[in-house]
Write a protein that binds this ligand. Structure first.
Ligand SMILES: *Cc1c(COP(=O)(O)O)cnc(C)c1O
Length: 370
């Protein structure tokens, strides 16, 4: 058997796709620390520290701030299933794959989707949300801050203001943005916000940071029906992450070590400094690509620093380039999705991967191949 299944040897990669990013070596080391019980006092203390650091990184004072056991999509699902009940209405801004995923989950909750559909590659205009909200009283307005499928950033503050004015909760996806560009949960008036570990936090995939405002918790507490997901029901999760510490499920202990270390690294670097690094490295990439005659899909002010949607030049087989990057240079980049399939490459500059050295290496490799 041991010969049939050889030693684990994952190839070394520079992960410049839409995620995961390269895990920080200190996070890898933390993951390998001895496992302890998920109700061990030492573990409970770590959970408190993770919550406290998440509040700092998400810029919120929300008491209920923790990490869902599961990837970013589990965070999305936890956010939606707790807020929505059958018969509710949700306005969902859709300008890419992840807005569509939100709409899919809303439907599975038995709620009605009122879409604000925007061309892929463009941000969501607040006036389109204002139009949609006229004469309606949805329970929630859902927005993806950083649309990883198109490389587009939508500024959330104005949309959040409109949502609250209409009496709705504001729900924001920051899976790709958290730790890579400004995220201000409280200042923007966001009620529910979730993220993921494997993008700009540079931890492996497996946990989803999430936070709920008191306004959101009031909505959750006044539900008439049970949350259809037992695993993601806040009633149970709140008792485990809160003061009561009642067993709900066995937390992924070592992943919590990893996230704790990843958050420590973010705070050591400083949030503003980290955003600035992502912006600087993004600028270097854009300039280098321009010299090669390559352009980005989104308009300047709405480009994500950590996810660059690069237009594939006429006559170039985009899949061949990706394969050669991986095989010859060990660099992973992403393909386009949906309507952008074959039309763009997605170049991630996330967290630990967002360095000048990596950009220089990618530009060199692309130069060789094109
Ligand atoms: C990656 C991503 C998700 C989903 O996260 P998974 O970890 O793949 O489940 C959700 N939203 C956005 C914007 C993402 O980029």
């Amino acid at each position: 058997m041991s010969e049939q299944f050889g030693e684990l040897r994952p190839p070394l990669r520079v992960l410049m796709g839409p995620g995961p990013s390269n895990t920080h070596p200190r996070v890898l080391a933390a993951l390998g620390a001895p496992t302890i019980g998920h109700l061990d006092p030492a573990y409970l203390e770590m959970m408190n520290e993770v919550s406290e650091m998440l509040r700092m990184v998400m810029r919120t004072r929300n008491r209920l701030t923790f990490a869902v056991s599961g990837t970013g999509s589990a965070g999305m699902e936890a956010a939606l299933v707790n807020v929505l009940e059958p018969g509710d209405e949700a306005v969902v801004c859709i300008n890419g794959v992840f807005g569509m995923r939100m709409a899919d989950i809303v439907e599975r909750c038995g709620a009605a989707v009122v879409p604000v559909e925007v061309e892929w590659g463009k941000p969501v205009p607040p006036q389109a949300v204002a139009e949609t909200l006229k004469g309606r009283g949805p329970k929630v307005v859902c927005l993806v801050h950083a649309e990883t499928s198109t490389g587009v950033l939508t500024p959330p503050a104005e949309i959040a203001r409109l949502a609250r004015e209409s009496g709705a909760l504001m729900l924001l996806d920051t899976v790709t943005s958290l730790g890579g560009c400004r995220v201000e949960v409280d200042a923007w008036g966001v009620d529910v916000c979730y993220s993921g570990t494997q993008k700009c936090l540079s931890c492996p995939p497996g946990l989803a940071p999430i936070t709920f405002s008191e306004r959101a918790l009031e909505v959750v507490r006044s539900r008439r029906s049970k949350v259809q997901s037992w695993y993601l029901d806040l009633t149970g999760l709140e008792r485990y992450w809160g003061a009561e510490r009642v067993y709900h499920h066995t937390a992924p202990v070592n992943m919590t070590y990893g996230l704790r270390e990843a958050l420590r690294i973010v705070l050591e670097e400083g949030l503003e400094e980290r955003w600035e690094r992502h912006a600087r490295v993004h600028k270097m990439l854009v300039e280098g690509l321009a010299e090669m005659g390559l352009e980005l899909l989104p308009d300047g002010p709405f480009r994500l620093p950590m996810l660059n949607a690069v237009k594939v030049p006429e006559g170039v087989d985009e899949a061949k380039v990706r394969t050669a990057l991986l095989e010859r240079f060990g660099i992973e980049i992403g393909a386009g999705l949906g309507p952008l399939k074959g039309r763009i490459w997605r170049v991630g500059l996330m967290g630990h991967t967002a360095t000048e050295a990596n950009v220089a290496y990618l530009l060199h490799a692309l130069g060789q191949l094109l």
